[in-house]
Design a protein around this ligand. Structure first.
Ligand SMILES: [Zn+2]
Length: 232
């Protein structure tokens, strides 16, 4: 075989591979584009459809005690999208939900810092809402703009939630996940935003944090089964 022919043949193979590579690249790029568009559309639809209840689920008992609009704790800025729920602990052992709510209200006059939360879950399982869900609260730093915040009371300095508060928290977070179409990974700790030791006990015990998220989705599944049982 002459060298010339060999070269010609290998040139043909090169061109073939070149075509294959170009085709694969175009296909990969197209696939990537489809993925981007789909993920955007999914998020967008979720946000638009915030009130579409996936499970006919009852809202937990919530006592509305909205803060007076003020720049330190209820700035009145609209919360346009909800991409997560952030859990905090009050870092004030033994204090009640109402006391924590009143502390936020007091900032209006004191003006010592910017702080608030959409909800405070108390030691007796009571849930107090301080800020409406279509407004931002000052709790989770850079995630204030797209999350709902929950402060949880705790009996002692370990920061561990008591059983009653824990149960209310599970119900509240499950309800919010259902309302906003959130997934397990959308439930986060203040720690996951800034690295702050909050909620303390569930930063120190990551397994219990994981357990909490599982408990939320187990509760959601139970609600789904209830609805299906009624429908059948
Ligand atoms: Zn916090």
């Amino acid at each position: 075989m002459s060298n010339q022919k060999k070269n010609k043949e290998s040139g043909g193979i090169d061109a073939f591979f070149c075509k294959v590579i170009v085709t694969v690249s175009i296909a990969a790029a197209a696939l990537f584009l489809v993925c981007v568009v789909l993920s955007y559309a999914t998020k967008h639809l979720n946000n638009q459809d915030t009130m579409a209840v996936r499970v006919a689920m009852e809202q937990p008992d919530i006592e509305e005690m909205y803060l007076t609009p003020n720049k330190y704790s209820r700035p009145g800025k609209s919360l346009d999208k909800v991409n997560g729920v952030v859990v905090h602990y009050t870092a004030n052992p033994g204090s009640s939900a109402k006391e924590n709510r009143n502390y936020f209200e007091g900032l209006r006059k004191k003006g010592t810092r910017y702080a608030s939360s959409h909800f405070v879950v108390g030691l007796e399982g009571e849930i107090i809402q301080c800020v409406p869900l279509n407004e931002i609260a000052y709790a989770s730093n850079k995630r204030n703009d797209d999350t709902i915040s929950i402060e949880v009371c705790h009996p002692d300095s370990s920061g561990k939630f008591n059983e009653t508060s824990y149960e209310s928290l599970v119900e509240l977070v499950a309800w919010l996940c259902n309302e906003y179409g959130l997934e397990k990974d959308d439930i986060i700790r203040h720690y996951d935003v800034t690295g702050k030791m909050c909620p303390k006990y569930y930063v120190k015990h990551p397994k219990l944090w994981k357990q909490f998220k599982n408990d939320v989705f187990k509760y959601l599944d139970e609600q789904k089964n209830k609805v299906e049982a009624i429908e059948e």
